[in-house]
Design a protein around this ligand. Structure first.
Ligand code: NAP
Length: 350
């Protein structure tokens, strides 16, 4: 964060809306917001503060580009909602998701990245410099790195939206504690479903995994652990058709896709882990997206608009690992710095 310089007079009489504090201004309802943000052109704005965005911030900050990171509500993206990360190199004993996110943020800040707990609400990539409007202001930028990640895919069945927060969850790390000594049901057969089911064995009394096929997609090491875990049972070749309940979810109706039979399974909670959808709504119509909505990039993380780069899950339908997100974040920052340098050189030689 940039230091705040506050007039002694202001401090001694207390804050009032409209008080100017160096380049910051106190605005009604928002407390501190940057004054005249639109005029403060940034070399690089990074939209999204997961592993891709924070790594891009680290690389850009070390190149003295003083990147502005619009991090949203919390740092770390989906990685921060993961209980234990065992496959990020350098941590042989594993590291908690929130701890890794915090370390990444501190690392970027140490070299001068400006972290803002703010979200982009709209972007205009059709003008140059680009414009980014957030909850609290507007910025212009010579380059942008998009690292907005992805969000959990929804089942899209009756009862899912109604019972969200009342027995339906997409984050066992966040909500698992509410199901201490209770029965839960997990939907999905990938790494997330199995990882989070194993985490839930610490809390819940019984975990039922409902998967639409008869084999799991998860890595063999996770499968082996799940098959050995006495609290976990499987319902194979079945899809959830409805989540039932009263005030809270208390059962799901499932259909066996082979036999067509339907049955009801009683449960206290439903955790949905059926993949992700990229967070690209802001960029629709402005950048090339693939048929699933992921941003199309080349091997240098360049998007269809020169000066705009994308990194991490928002452009990666295949690997979606923390380490690959970090890798593409570093590449995007390196490319953005080259772009800025080239433009400044051309401006100075015109
Ligand atoms: P994923 O690998 O895409 O798995 C999604 C699972 O949900 C699949 O089993 C899929 O079934 C099922 N599914 C998809 N749509 C469904 C629907 N409409 N109804 C019912 N089931 C449905 O997603 P993920 O598990 O969230 O993992 C995302 C990425 O993060 C992956 O690359 C994964 O390797 C990575 N990850 C890694 C770790 C780790 O390394 N420890 C942990 C978590 C995540 P099918 O199998 O039939 O397609």
């Amino acid at each position: 964060m940039r230091p705040l310089y506050i007039e002694w007079e202001t401090l001694s009489r207390g804050w009032r809306d409209g008080d100017v504090v160096s380049e910051f201004i106190l605005t009604p309802g928002f407390g501190l917001g940057m004054a005249d943000k639109a005029s403060a052109e940034q070399d690089l704005i990074i939209v999204g503060g997961g592993p891709a965005g924070l790594t891009a911030a680290l690389y850009a900050a070390r190149a003295q580009a003083s990147p502005l990171v619009l991090i949203g509500e919390v740092a770390g993206g989906q990685a921060a909602t993961t209980q234990e990360i065992e496959n990020y190199p350098g941590f042989p004993d594993g590291i908690g998701g929130p701890a890794l996110a915090q370390q990444m943020q501190s690392h970027a800040e140490r070299f001068g990245a400006q972290i803002q707990f703010d979200s982009a609400e709209s972007v205009d990539l059709g003008t140059y410099p680009f414009r980014v409007r957030t909850r609290t202001g507007e910025y212009t930028a010579r380059t942008i790195v998009i690292s907005t990640g992805s969000s959990p895919r929804k089942l899209g069945v009756p009862g899912e939206a109604r019972f969200r927060g009342h027995g339906v969850s997409y984050c066992a790390t966040c909500d698992g504690y509410f199901f201490k000594d209770k029965r839960v049901l997990v939907v999905g057969g990938g790494n997330s479903a199995i990882d989070e089911s194993l985490f839930l064995t610490r809390l819940a009394s019984q975990i039922t995994i409902v998967h639409r096929r008869d084999t799991l997609r998860a890595d063999p090491v996770l499968q082996e652990r799940a098959f050995k875990e006495p609290k976990i049972q499987f319902v194979w070749s079945s899809v959830v058709e409805e989540i039932l309940g009263d005030q809270e979810a208390n059962a799901v109706r499932v259909r066996n896709v082979v036999t067509g039979e339907t049955s009801t399974i009683e449960t206290d909670g439903v955790f949905v882990y059926i993949g992700h959808v990229p967070n690209t709504k802001l960029f629709e119509g402005q950048l090339e997206l693939d048929e699933r909505g992921y941003i199309v990039t080349d091997r240098r993380q360049r998007t269809s608009v020169p000066g705009v780069y994308a990194a991490g899950d928002v452009q990666d339908p295949i690997y979606r690992q923390i380490v690959t997100a970090a890798g593409t974040g570093s590449a995007a920052a390196i490319e953005a710095i080259r772009f800025i340098d080239q433009h400044k050189y051309e401006e100075n030689t015109e």
